[in-house]
Design a protein around this ligand. Structure first.
Ligand code: NDP
Length: 244
């Protein structure tokens, strides 16, 4: 399936590492003009070195005012990927207010804020658009020590449905991808322990974790016109984990 984003402008959050970085590079390869947003300048420097057409924006998306300022001149965007997330790992009885607030600020509130900024422009231009929120299998299945993370991803799934409902009339589609474990920095944090990872893998019918590319391909599909009638869905990229 050939996907071209020639002439499109895309914004990817959390584009410094892992899935976000690979998504930004893939979008650029498919012809999109990409704005990459993340909070570590060194990651942006190396990203721009890898692809000089990418526009870098350095901001902590957990800070509403800073994000408002950083994105005020971002210009028209056709495709948005809300990918940045804070991986809170605490057992339920140990959950701290700061982890709770940071998790919801980055994983949910920032997705809402960046979507508002981008969707206001899409609506004003009447050009439509596509938004993909990077959720997780954790939105639909409780995972030990991931309670707050799971709650943020469940909130992100429902935020997505609300956005799909209200933005649909402007031809703005909003969907999520819901991956199983991917061995990025974040994945390694939760699943490096061989016992834990073996147990998780045994619950995935395909018997493996997802590769970054598996997730990127699903994101590209949902961003593209190949999914032009798909709106408000949560697409598992989980080898069947959620279906059993
Ligand atoms: P990584 O940790 O590899 O990358 C996350 C990126 O987001 C980093 O560049 C990070 O920057 C950036 N980021 C985090 N917080 C902020 C912030 N406050 N402001 C700006 N940028 C920020 O994660 P993954 O690629 O693994 O995860 C990407 C998405 O996929 C997340 O939404 C995650 O929840 C989801 N996901 C991941 C899974 C996995 O197993 N890896 C499974 C299911 C879903 P920095 O490093 O500077 O903090």
């Amino acid at each position: 399936m050939e996907i071209s984003f020639a002439g499109k402008r895309a914004l990817v959050t959390g584009a410094g590492k892992g899935i976000g970085r690979a998504t930004a590079l893939a979008l650029a390869r498919c012809g999109a003009k990409v704005t990459a947003v993340t909070r570590t300048q060194a990651d942006l420097n190396s990203l721009v070195q890898e692809n000089a057409s990418i526009t870098p924006v350095c901001v902590d998306l957990g800070d509403w005012e800073a994000t408002e300022t950083a994105l005020k001149d971002v210009g028209p965007i056709d495709l948005l990927v809300n990918n940045a997330a804070f991986p809170s790992l605490q057992s339920f009885l140990e959950i701290t207010p700061d982890h709770f607030d940071r998790s919801f600020n980055v994983n949910v509130k920032a997705a809402l804020q960046v979507s508002q900024i981008v969707a206001r422009g899409m609506k004003a231009r009447g050009s439509g658009g596509s938004i993909v929120n990077v959720s997780s299998q954790a939105s639909q299945c409780a995972l030990r020590d991931h309670t707050v993370y799971c709650a943020t991803k469940a909130a992100l799934d429902m935020l997505t449905k609300g956005m799909a409902l209200e933005l649909g009339p402007y031809q703005i589609r909003v969907n999520t991808v819901n991956p199983t474990v991917v061995m990025t920095d974040m994945g390694r944090l939760g699943w490096s322990d061989p016992e834990k990872s073996k147990n998780m893998m045994s619950r995935i019918p395909l018997g493996r974790f997802a590769e970054v590319e598996d997730v990127v391909n699903s994101i590209l599909f949902l961003l593209s016109d190949k999914s032009s009638m798909t709106n408000g869905v949560a697409l598992p990229v989980d080898g069947g984990f959620l279906s059993c």
